[in-house]
Design a protein around this ligand. Structure first.
Ligand SMILES: [Zn+2]
Length: 291
């Protein structure tokens, strides 16, 4: 039996490494993400069955493999529509784009595992349809992430991660850390809802967790600026920042994940006029702009 937790009126979650949300409106059900793989897709469909409702659509909060991995299974079994944010749809339809984005080219085999590349599914832009659900812009963790809000519950996807996981990963994954920070700050302004992160536990008082994610992003930005007291190549810079933050990269795939993320920070610092870069001896060299 699949475990389904009731969150509020017509709202449920399937706990797991990646949470799956369910919103029920009368007889109709909507799945919020489908987990990592076929197995989780099957679980999601069993959960819908146990709630005795009819699956109307799948809504993907964003295109990361651990959120869309069950789409293919659900699509094959039910043929329901799958929707995702416009900016994420290309990645859901062509999941190799995720490892391509992380690697910045045709990816190494280590990035082609199910943790980075889901099976494809025929997603459509959620902006082009009318759903009886409130969608909230939560971009930053990924290019176009959305959350789903009801009167009582706010499915916030990966806008923040639990303090436990933050302890393990040190830096919360962001595609655009500047936007992720804005999203986190906006979450602090919303009150009176049960927040449901997809890597963590539901809470009506998420402030401490949100603040911890904000601090981790700020600390990463400050560390980058600090190590740039000396001009550095991308490779040296990444190694220095991660060592200073006590991050231990244990495999090739994770290296590219962190590298891709830190390059997002470098773009942010460059946009803000805090750093600049030059090409020298066939290397990109990053430099702090001295005030
Ligand atoms: Zn994610």
């Amino acid at each position: 039996m699949v475990k389904v937790e009731k969150l509020g009126d017509g709202t449920y979650r399937i706990p797991g490494r990646t949470v799956i949300g369910i919103v029920r409106l009368d007889r109709d059900c909507y799945l919020i993400d489908t987990g990592l793989d076929d197995d989780q897709g099957r679980k999601a469909l069993n959960a819908v069955k146990s709630l005795n409702c009819e699956l109307k659509a799948v809504i993907n909060t964003h295109s990361h493999a651990d959120h869309i991995g069950g789409n293919n299974f659900v699509e094959k079994r039910t043929n329901v529509d799958i929707f995702g944010p416009l900016e994420e749809v290309p990645y859901i339809r062509n999941p190799k784009l995720e490892p391509v984005m992380l690697y910045g080219g045709n990816p190494v085999p280590e990035l082609l595992s199910k943790f980075f590349m889901a099976k494809p599914s025929n997603a459509k832009p959620v902006e082009d349809t009318s759903l009886p659900l409130k969608l909230v812009d939560l971009r930053g963790h990924s290019p176009g992430m959305i959350g789903i809000q009801t009167d009582q519950v706010f499915f916030v996807a990966d806008a923040y991660t639990s303090i436990d996981l933050l302890g393990k990963h040190v830096i919360p994954y962001t595609y655009d850390p500047e936007l992720a920070l804005k999203t986190l700050e906006s979450l602090l302004d919303t009150k009176g809802l049960l927040y449901v992160p997809f890597h963590g536990e539901p809470s009506t008082k998420p402030e401490e967790e949100i603040e911890a994610n904000i601090s981790a992003i700020q600390r990463t930005k400050e560390t980058l600026l600090e190590v740039l007291n000396n001009d550095l190549s991308t490779c040296e810079l990444i190694s220095k920042v991660l060592s200073q933050l006590n991050v231990k990269i244990v495999n090739t795939a994770l290296y590219f994940l962190y590298e891709s993320m830190l390059k997002g920070y470098l773009a942010w610092l460059k946009r803000d006029g805090l750093i600049t870069s030059k090409v020298e001896s066939n290397k990109i060299i990053w430099m702090k702009i001295k005030a």
